[in-house]
Design a protein around this ligand. Structure first.
Ligand SMILES: [Mg+2]
Length: 232
């Protein structure tokens, strides 16, 4: 149903790499290791949900250019600790470091990731297009054995622009030698991936594994990665 497509661009976090479950695994380690129960954080689930709420807000500020990478990485934990009445910048930094060092080594993927990449790699050139940090995303891809499927890994750091900025999509075309009508993006983020891709003249498929979103205009929605076999 998609004509002329030659290049399939995957978002990484929350599209192939199961960010939520991997992140929760590390947060649970942190909760135990840093003895947060005895410092006033009532339960690990309290810690996780508070972190996720704060992180979402701060990541959005980072994405729109209102927060530096450093402030995002450490400030989010300082803020979470403050909510639980813990005033310690050094603990925030220690936790931030642990989180950044250990998260990329988690290997939880969405169901059918390997199978669908195996299938698609025989028909298309596959690439990653991600707003994640350069060094972090490479570790994730390598550790979860995804690296070999992809011809190029486009990060916002290398492109000097974040999705949905059209610049990262045009940069991707330059890097891969693709024309916009030959490109499709598959991602979980309605704004960054889907609106961004469509603005650049790409086709787009929205991955909505937890069925959280309304259907997006001019884009197919899939709920499981295996559905891509019917579309591509
Ligand atoms: Mg994503």
């Amino acid at each position: 149903m998609y004509k002329n497509i030659k290049h399939v661009f995957f978002d990484l976090d929350r599209t192939l790499w199961d960010f939520k479950s991997n992140s929760r695994e590390v947060l649970t380690e942190i909760y135990n290791k840093m003895n947060l129960a005895n410092r006033g954080v009532r339960s690990v689930m309290d810690f996780i949900t508070t972190y996720e709420r704060i992180n979402e807000q701060m990541w959005e500020a980072y994405r729109t250019g209102n927060l530096s990478k450093e402030k995002l990485r450490y400030g989010r934990f300082e803020k979470v600790l403050l909510i639980f009445g813990i005033q310690s910048d050094s603990l925030g930094v220690e936790i931030g470091k642990y989180y950044i060092e250990h998260s990329p080594y988690k290997v939880g993927l969405f169901d059918h990731s390997h199978e669908i990449l195996e299938y698609l790699s025989k028909k298309y050139e596959l690439h990653i297009i991600t707003n994640g940090f350069e060094e972090v995303q490479h570790v994730k891809l390598k550790e979860s054995k995804l690296l070999d499927y992809f011809k190029s890994i486009i990060t916002s750091e290398a492109a000097a622009a974040k999705k949905p900025d059209i610049k990262i999509f045009k940069y991707s075309e330059e890097q891969t030698g693709a024309k916009s009508h030959e490109c499709i993006i598959i991602g979980d983020d309605v704004v960054a991936d889907i609106e961004g891709g469509k603005n650049a003249g790409w086709k787009a498929i929205h991955f909505d594994p937890h069925r959280e979103h309304e259907k997006v205009a001019d884009a197919n929605t899939i709920y499981h990665l295996s559905e891509l076999e019917m579309l591509l």
